[in-house]
Design a protein around this ligand. Structure first.
Ligand code: ZN
Length: 183
């Protein structure tokens, strides 16, 4: 329902919350869902439970997609730009610590590197930073780029990544659908 939409006439219904009467018509005064109470013959417009866009904020439990902006020995920083299938209008910062990769690795450089695109789960929010996890088959890098030449890396059967341009071999923590995700 949008404001001004005709919901009924006052001969049929009582105007409830979120409505107004215009002539003999009952109209919506706000956007929301229409509720017809047939026992009381009352018409009401309910506001959606979340304000528009609120579902696009990455929260604990959200699966997000982002680009790795920095990699250090024990953590990486991620610019989050998708929540589920929704593109965000601004970035959120994600922090992936080596203890949340879901594998035992010695260095974050074997997990993800700057420029890589990855899928992660938000596990907590502290000081507006989203702490991320890659534990799980579907979580991990979905596109990775060669450290030498920037070429797209292809996954081999042994799970190593090869650059078809320069032949370099690299390691990442791969998502099960590496290289096949439509963004
Ligand atoms: Zn290369």
């Amino acid at each position: 329902m949008a404001p001004g939409d005709k919901l009924g006439v006052i001969e049929e219904f009582l105007p409830g919350q979120g409505t107004y009467v215009d002539g003999g018509d009952i109209r919506a005064s706000r956007a929301g869902f229409l509720l017809l109470d047939l026992s009381e013959r009352k018409v009401t417009v309910f506001r959606p439970t979340e304000p528009r866009g609120a579902s696009c904020v990455p929260r604990p439990g959200s699966v997000v997609i982002g680009e790795v902006s920095e990699t250090h020995q024990t953590y990486s920083l991620v610019r989050i730009w998708m929540v589920g299938r929704k593109h965000l209008t601004s970035f959120f910062t994600g922090l992936l610590h080596i203890s949340n990769v879901g594998l035992r690795v010695r260095s974050m450089f074997n997990v993800c590197r700057p420029g890589d695109i990855l899928r992660a789960r938000v596990i907590s929010v502290k000081n507006r930073v989203r702490h991320l996890s890659l534990a799980g088959r579907r979580l991990g890098v979905i596109y990775a780029f060669c450290t030498n030449c920037g070429g797209l890396l292809k996954a081999r059967e042994d799970k190593k990544l090869i650059c078809e341009t320069c032949g370099s071999l690299e390691l990442r923590k791969l998502a099960s659908d590496y290289g096949m995700v439509v963004l």
